[in-house]
Write a protein that binds this ligand. Sequence first.
Ligand SMILES: [Zn+2]
Length: 506
Amino acid sequence: MTAARSTVIRHGRILDLDGHRAPPADLLIRGEDIVEIGAPGMAAPDDALVVDASNRLIHPGLVNAHTHGHGNLGKGMGDRWTLELLLAAGPWISGNRMVEDKYLGTYIGAIEMLMKGCTACYDLTAEFPAPTVEGLQACTQAYADAGMRAVVAPMVANLSFIEAINGLNDALPPALQREVERLRLAPAEQTLKAMRAVMHGWGFDHGRIRPAVAPTIPHHCTDAFMLACLELAREYGVGLHSHIQESKVQVMVGRKTYGKTQTAHLQSLGLLGPDFVAAHGVWLDDDDIARLADHGASVAHNPGSNMRLGNGIAAAKAMFDRGLNVGIGTDGANCSDNLNMYEAMRLASLSSKVRSPDTSEWLTAGQVLTAATQGSARALGFGDKLGRIAVGFKADLVFVDLEHVNWIPTNDPTHQLVHTEDGSGVHSVMVGGRLVVENRKPVGVDLGALARKAEAARERLTAANADNKLLYDRLEPIVNSYCPGLAKQPYHIDRFAACHHAHGAH
Ligand SMILES: [Zn+2]
C-alpha cells in the first residue's frame, strides 16, 4: 500500500467514549490519516482497500505514557522488590547488553504492546555507563521495524543509585564501597555529548518516532546536569521526562537534598512546562499537583508498578480535578512484568476506588480511558494526532472482537474496555492505516524465532552478569534495611480534604 492509497473500514462499530456506546460507522483513511467518518455504506474511492470490521468494536490505539524498552528482557526476574531494590538490581538484570540485546528487548516490548492494543509509547531507555548513538539507534529501529509509534528518550543521570541516596554508601562495609565504584556512571560531559549526537543525527520521521530527554530521577542528577538536559531539550524542541516522587524514600532524600519537594525544586530550575512529564507522582502533595497543572505538564500514572514496588497509590483523581493532564503507563517489564495497557487501565480504575468509600473521589472508567488515549497522547507530544478517532487524526486503531467472551454481552463499551477487556479480545491493530496485528498475530513476525533469540540472549546475559548478581546479593540486605529506615520517617502530605486517605501518609 502506498502512502496515498485509501483504505475504507466497513461494518465496524466505533467507540463513542463519552456516549458509552459504539454506533455503526465507516471510516475512510488516506495515507496515515482518518479523512472521513460516515454512515455505513458511505462512498469511497473505487481503488480503496476495504477492511471488513464486522463484529468489531474499533477504539483509538492505547498510548503507553511510560515504559522502559530495556526492561523487557528482565520480566519476571524479581518478586519482592521495592524501587530501591530494583535500582540496586539494575546492573544484574540489565547489565552487559550488546547492541543486539538493546534492539531485541525493545522489539519484544513493541510486539507485546501492539498485540495488546497499544500503538504508541514513551520509552525511557537506559544504557550503562552512558547512552550511545548505536544503542539508541537500535532501540529506535526496533519500534520502526515493529511498525509502532514511539517517543524514545535516553534515560540518563550522573550519579549512581548508591551515590544518590544520602548515607547509603556510608552504610556499606569498606570492601563493598570499593566494589560499587564500578557502578559509577559516565561523566556528565560524555552523556550529554552522546545525547546531542543522537538528537543531531535523528534519522527517523518525527511523526512516527521522536527523541526526548529523560534525566531519570532528580537527585540522581546534579543541578548542572539537569539544566544541561533542559537546554538540550529546548534546543531540539523535544520532551523532558523524569521519575518524580515515586517512592517515599525518594521524597525523604529529595527533601534532605533540596529542602523542598522534587517538583518544587524542578520548578525553581525551570524544568516544568508543557513538554515535561512527571512519571509516577505517588507522593505529590497538592502544591506539587498545582505546580505541574499550572505549567501545563503531564503525569504518567503507573498504578501497576506503583503497587508492585510498594510505592503506594497516586492521587490520580485529585490530579484530574485540578486540571493536570494524566496519562496511563505500564512502566517497564522489569517492574510490572507486562506491558498490558488494558491491565494498567483496570488498575488505574480499581486503585482509585480502593482509596476511599466516597465515590466522588474515584476515577470513572471514562476518565481512565480518556487518560490512556488522549491524556497519554498529549504526554507524548502527539495530542493533536493520537488518542481519538476523528478526522485529521492518525488511523491508529484497535479492532476488538465482539464475539470474544469479554464482549458477550456488550453492555457499555467504555466500561468494558477498562474493566473487562484484558487484551485477549484484540483481533487486529492498525498503525497509520497499516495493519500490524491481524487475526491476533503480529504481521510478519515469527514469534518462535523471537523466543529462540531471546532465550539465547538470556543465557548469555545470565553468564555475563553473574558477578553483578553476586554484588546484588550482597547489597540487597543493606539496601533493604537502610531504605525502609528512611521511609519510616514521618511525612505529611497536604491533600484536598476529599483525599485524606492518601496511601497511609501521616
Ligand atoms: Zn519508570
